[in-house]
Ligand binder design. Structure first.
Ligand SMILES: [Fe+2]
Ligand SMILES: [Fe+2]
Length: 333
């Protein structure tokens, strides 16, 4: 029986839904078909040589593998996401350059994989916001759970698009950048890094992405990005709201975010260099990790989106200044 999932309606609240999304209606998968697809994904996962880097530690004597896996999953300071075999096996740092200007179908598939990785990493990081900080107020957990719901909805959108490009999940490795950036930090630093820094940078690029897909005449990608843009403004606003509750004043937020970013950057670069030295990732991995931090600084600040997301005029001016400074350094090197 044909089905249309509920997020289609959320993504397209107007009556244009059927016209835009008609092609998305597809028959419900049979259990045997799902099993077959999972087996295929396992085959793809096995092709990635770096899987050994992501396997959980061996269970100590006297403990079952299941008990050990549960302990790992619920540890208070996970440094990497505990993913299902297929997804976890695809995590290989930043082994591939990011793609933002799509010119062909192959590029579209890689672009979708980047978005898929972003959504997965983000809702995993948000899940740890809740799991590791049970003593935060109920309202915080409620807000973050709402963000997880949104990120899952975004993930469904990109997964829905993938078959239309002839692609399938697993063709390209998935980065865990957003998760790794947050790991090991306390709750204000996590919010500072994920919602205030990484997601706010995404806000600066979303309008450009939406316009590019509009120019390409892809109505579905344009509609999905418009939906994501609305949600992301909400996520950054949520981050700003909680930072203002947790910090004494705006100056403290600024210091906290700067300090957290520098620590996360240093840690990520050191880890990438170690992976390179150990031969676990191709040469150039550390440079790709550096660009993951630095490339967003080449974007112009989207003042309108940031204002709606709860940044003050002074904070927007500081961010614009930071980018001018980064651009000058880039020219000088
Ligand atoms: Fe998202
Ligand atoms: Fe988000």
């Amino acid at each position: 029986m044909p089905m249309t999932t509920s997020w289609h309606r959320l993504a397209h609240p107007d009556s244009e839904l059927d016209r835009i999304c008609g092609s998305m209606k597809r028959p419900r998968l049979e259990a045997s078909q799902i099993t077959r697809e999972l087996e295929e994904l396992h085959d793809v996962a096995a092709e990635f040589a770096l899987e050994r880097d992501t396997l959980p530690p061996t269970a100590p004597a006297g403990r079952t593998g299941a008990t050990d896996a549960a302990t790992v999953r619920t540890a208070s300071m996970l440094t990497r996401p505990e993913r299902e075999h297929v997804i976890r096996a695809l995590r290989v740092g930043e082994a591939h350059e990011e793609i933002w200007y799509v010119t062909d179908t192959n590029g579209h598939r890689r672009y979708l994989h980047q978005l898929i990785a972003f959504e997965i990493s983000t809702f995993e990081a948000c899940s740890r916001h809740i799991a590791e900080f049970a003593s935060m107020p109920w309202r915080f957990h409620y807000d973050v759970a709402g963000q997880i719901r949104d990120e899952l909805r975004h993930l469904e959108m990109w997964l829905e698009r993938l078959p239309h490009t002839g692609g399938r999940l697993g063709e390209w490795p998935l980065s865990a950048h957003e998760y790794a950036v947050c790991a090991g930090h306390d709750v204000p630093c996590r919010i500072g890094l994920l919602e205030r820094l990484v997601e706010a940078s995404a806000l600066d690029s979303l309008d450009l992405h939406r316009c590019l897909w509009e120019t390409r005449g892809d109505q579905v990608m344009t509609a999905y990005l418009a939906r994501v843009q609305v949600d992301e403004i909400g996520h950054v606003r949520l981050g700003n709201h909680w930072l203002r509750r947790l910090c004494a004043d705006d100056a403290e937020i600024e210091r906290l975010v700067t300090r957290a970013e520098s620590a996360a950057r240093e840690h990520a670069l050191a880890a990438a260099r170690a992976l390179e030295r150990a031969g676990l990732v191709p040469p150039g991995n550390a440079e790709l990790v550096r660009r993951k931090f630095d490339d967003p600084l080449a974007l112009a600040v989207d003042t309108t989106a940031r204002t709606r997301a709860g940044f003050t005029a002074a904070e927007i001016a500081v961010e614009a200044d930071r980018r001018r400074h980064a651009a000058r350094q880039e020219v000088a090197t």
